[in-house]
Design a protein around this ligand. Structure first.
Ligand SMILES: Nc1nc2c(ncn2[C@@H]2O[C@H](COP(=O)(O)OP(=O)(O)OP(=O)(O)O)[C@@H](O)[C@H]2O)c(=O)[nH]1
Ligand SMILES: [Mg+2]
Length: 536
């Protein structure tokens, strides 16, 4: 195993991971981890000069007797009528004052050991209530204390050493702390030496099979004093090292980090795929009416084209048709506004049909596909948070899309320059027609009043004024025909372009309102995983 980072760094990393996972990984796990981190912080804040060791075990196993035996003084009253008090009792073995530490541990009954056995300076020994008590308060106190102390001594007796209450509830779940655990097989004085050997072997096997191979096992008798020297020896080594507290806290952090890591899973992509995001844009574009707008752009271009480039005698008819863009309330925007995103309040709503029915269903399913793609293989809570993220802006999405369409520059105010040129020619031709007609009218009037006609020239025996009328009409109609083709080409180009720019505008909405929130959630998961890796 690679060398671990310093504990404070790992604690910070675990806290970061916990904050990132809050609301995603299971609440209970997050609460547990936060509680643990608070404990670790508090414990580390106390000087490392104390080593807190608790004696835990079943009713009558001999905890209080062992407490006295180690202290070398009758501090606790063993064998008094049970159940005894529900609170732990402490014995401080010299050293620096431990009252603040005991305040934090909430241990009200305290003793000072007057004659500290050699090497035990700084030991704080706790006598706990029975973990298998009929009193819930006792069990709760034990549960609380086993979380807080630096080291545990489990006092078992030859009758109940294999009790499920002890193994299933405490030893197995705390197996990761086995190297700061000591199991005392108490009351060996009641067994024949051979029997004692068998019980020790059996208990060892049991502990090993439960993953507590590192837990030390010591035959002991509080009555005869057997094993007291060994236990004191072991404790003095630990008190001297001053590492037990840090070891246990480090194991706590490791264990919590492992549980949190499990809740983060291993799979999941790093981001929403290009293909999914394109598909989403297509669905949103359809729902936002981009094809309808593109169609209207073509229609409006044709209409304006006929008005400007058509034969003046007939082109005004085009104005009788409504402008399809205006009908959608999508006129050209003033130039100044086009440059920047418009203020929402100033953007008029378009008259496009709002996302309802089939198009709403299509948008919903496109969004769901984005979140499903990403959530596949993710742990449940995280998959749900991805789903939530994808819907963050669902309420306002139709408005956002509408605004995107309304503010997209459809280029209806430019690109028609050549039409003006055609229009000038049309009017010149039309002027010829009018001139010819006027001339013919004058001829007609002169003939009527039997006056001499105006001089004229003939070409192929047809007078010039008639040529003017015929030529003007024919030229105007031919030019109108050619213009019609040109206008159609322009209209299609405008329509295509409109579709493209609308697509780009809508893509911005899709990215900002759906893809980015989902990606943010993915980044959060990756950050949490990185933090967890630093915590382990
Ligand atoms: N023979 C023998 N008896 C013991 C030994 N240790 C404790 N006892 C007796 O076992 C009984 C219970 O001892 P305690 O020390 O009160 O046990 P405890 O675990 O503190 O009990 P609770 O606090 O009530 O759960 C007492 O009568 C002790 O005298 C031992 O090593 N040998
Ligand atoms: Mg007791």
């Amino acid at each position: 195993m690679s060398r671990q980072r310093p504990l404070p760094e790992r604690i910070t990393a675990l806290r970061e991971a916990t904050d990132l996972a809050r609301g995603r990984s299971e609440d209970q796990l997050i609460d547990q981890t936060s509680t643990l981190l608070d404990k670790v912080d508090r414990r580390l804040a106390f000087s490392g000069n104390h080593t807190v060791v608790a004696l835990a075990g079943a009713t009558g196993s001999g905890k209080s007797s062992t407490f006295n035996a180690i202290a070398g003084a009758p501090l606790a009253e063993p064998g008094v009528k049970r159940p005894t008090t529900s609170k732990a009792m402490a014995a401080s073995f010299g050293g620096a004052p431990s009252s603040e530490l005991l305040d934090w541990l909430d241990v009200p009954r305290r003793h000072e050991v007057s004659e500290v056995p050699k090497g035990l300076d700084g030991l704080v020994l706790l006598d706990l209530p029975d973990h298998d008590s009929t009193q819930a308060a006792h069990r709760m106190e034990v549960d609380r204390m086993v979380q807080l102390v630096d080291m545990l001594i489990w006092v078992v007796d030859p009758q109940k050493y294999a009790d499920a209450a002890l193994h299933d509830r405490y030893l197995v779940p705390m197996a990761h702390h086995s190297d700061v655990m000591l199991v005392l097989l108490n009351q060996v004085d009641t067994l024949a030496p051979e029997q004692a050997d068998n019980v020790v072997k059996d208990l060892r096997r049991l502990l090993d099979s439960e993953g507590l191979g590192k837990a030390r096992l010591q035959p002991f008798s509080a009555r005869t004093g057997q094993g007291v020297a060994q236990v004191r020896e072991l404790l003095s080594g630990m008190v001297r090292d001053k590492k037990v507290a840090a070891t246990r806290l480090s194991q706590d952090v490791d264990h919590a980090a492992g549980l949190l890591a499990d809740s983060l899973g291993k799979e999941a992509p790093g981001a929403v795929s290009e293909a999914r995001s394109r598909q989403l844009t297509r669905s949103l574009a359809a729902a936002a009416g981009a094809p309808v707008v593109a169609e209207a752009v073509m229609g409006a271009t044709r209409r304006r084209g006929s008005l400007i480039t058509g034969w003046p005698a007939l082109s005004w008819l085009a104005s009788l048709r409504p402008d399809p863009l205006r009908r959608l309330r999508l006129g050209a925007l003033p130039k100044a506004d086009r440059k920047h995103e418009l203020e929402p309040a100033r953007v008029q709503r378009t008259a496009l049909p709002r996302g309802q029915g089939a198009s709403k269903a299509r948008v919903d399913s496109a969004i769901r596909e984005v979140s499903d793609e990403v959530a596949a293989g993710m742990p449940r809570g995280w998959a749900q948070s991805v789903r939530r993220a994808s819907l963050t802006h669902a309420e306002t999405l139709p408005d956002d899309l509408d605004r995107a369409v309304a503010t997209t520059d459809l280029a209806m105010d430019r690109g028609f320059g050549y039409w003006r040129f055609i229009q000038v020619i049309q009017w010149i031709l039309f002027a010829c027609v009018l001139a010819g007609l006027g001339w013919l009218a004058v001829d007609f009037a002169l003939a009527y009043f039997q006056m001499p006609p105006l001089p004229t020239r003939r070409y192929r025996s047809i007078p010039l004024q008639t040529w003017l009328v015929l030529g003007g009409v024919a030229g105007g109609l031919v030019l109108a025909g050619i213009s019609r083709v040109l206008v159609e080409i322009t209209a299609r180009a405008k329509g295509r372009r409109a579709e493209q720019v609308l697509h780009r505008s809508i893509e911005q909405v899709a990215l900002a309102k759906v893809v980015e929130p989902v990606n943010a959630e993915l980044r959060r998961l990756q950050q949490a995983r990185k933090a967890i890796a630093r915590a382990r």
